[in-house]
Design a protein around this ligand. Structure first.
Ligand SMILES: [Zn+2]
Length: 350
């Protein structure tokens, strides 16, 4: 037995003993580097190979490889043992107490404005109306001119808005959809009955009752022999659907450029039933929307023969409906997404 052979066997026995004694992966890695590295004792011992005889060299070479393999295997085994122990320790520490009460699952709700609009949509769909939301970016032509509001009309002052170019603007009213619906409708297939819900824009101060962006819902019906009686019946049914079966409505004369005659619509107070209270300002009536018979000019601009056809239109504010019905005092509450506000209306309508 040569000295080199003995040295290799000794290095192997001591190395494996040292590996078995390590209790941390980091220390084990240090032992590995020390034993098997380029400056380690095995590499060092093999420098003596050059002094060996030709018969001994392959024998020692084979032994050296075997020693490396054994040390490598011992390291792998110890590494696995240390890992397993670590996992076991973690599992013991992280025991889950299945008897703890669970975290409550938060379930969202439809926004009260969405509920209000969907409810009104469903009401009109049940009367055979179609829903056509139109475009938030609209042409000046449809937003104003087609509604009998020419360039120099004073009604434009109340609806100053955000212009994207001379001819394009953020629509100020969902009535802007009227012209498009009128020219696209084929009257040989029956009457036009449409509602247009959506967002509209005005250059306005933001306060408790005004916002530069809010919702409207426009309604338009055009057919033969449409009269104020049809308008009144429709709006009374709507108000009874939204504010309660006992509700009555009344018309007061008003002015809109695209309806003639025009009316403001009041509903009998749902809070006091007409006796007078804070909500109805002690009048027994609450103003809810504007309406009227379609102005002949508006129909004629779409090539409709006003000797045969007539129509009515109305426009309501979903925010106003919801504010009245639920006693909401600040319009900004709809848009600031305060969960404490929103969750009060869970399932309010739908
Ligand atoms: Zn009242």
């Amino acid at each position: 037995m040569t000295t080199l052979e003995e040295r290799l066997k000794m290095l192997r026995d001591e190395g494996i003993k040292s590996i078995r004694e390590q209790n941390h992966s980091k220390d084990l890695n240090e032992v590995r580097v020390n034993l098997l590295g380029k400056k380690g004792p095995i590499t060092e011992a093999l420098r003596g190979m050059k002094d060996l005889s030709a018969e001994e060299r392959p024998k020692i070479g084979t032994l050296a490889n075997a020693v490396r393999d054994e040390i490598q295997s011992a390291i792998e085994l110890r590494s696995k043992e240390l890992n397993d122990a670590l996992i076991k320790q973690k599992l013991e520490k992280e025991t889950i107490d299945v008897t703890l009460p669970s975290q409550p699952q938060k379930v969202g709700t439809e926004h009260i404005l969405t509920q209000t609009i969907s409810d009104i949509e469903e009401f009109f769909i049940s009367l055979g109306y179609k829903v056509d939301s139109g475009f938030e970016v609209e042409e000046d032509y449809y937003n104003f001119e087609r509604l009998n509001i020419p360039q120099d009309h004073p009604a434009r002052d109340m609806q100053d808005t955000f212009y994207l170019s001379d001819k394009l603007l953020m629509r100020t009213q969902t009535s802007a959809q009227e012209g498009r619906d009128l020219e696209n409708h084929d009257f040989s297939k029956g009457p036009l009955k449409v509602i247009s819900p959506g967002v509209v824009y005005r250059r306005d101060d933001d306060d408790a009752t005004h916002s530069h962006q809010f919702h409207q819902l426009e309604g338009l019906v055009v057919d033969k022999n449409i009269s104020m009686a049809d308008l009144k019946g429709t709006l009374e049914a709507l108000c009874q659907h939204v504010f309660g079966k006992e509700r009555e409505i009344r018309f007061r004369p008003s002015y809109f450029p695209f309806t003639e005659p025009s009316v403001e619509v009041d509903v009998s107070c749902f809070n006091c039933g007409g006796e007078g209270c804070r909500i109805c300002k002690y009048t027994g009536w609450i103003e809810v929307l504007g309406a009227g018979l379609s102005h002949p000019k508006v129909l004629e601009m779409s090539g409709i023969d006003t000797n045969i056809y007539s129509g009515f239109a109305f426009g309501l504010g979903p925010e106003r409906f919801a504010m009245l019905k639920y006693g909401i005092t600040d319009i900004r509450d709809f848009y600031t997404n305060d969960v404490r506000f929103l969750e009060q209306f869970k399932g309010a309508i739908r």
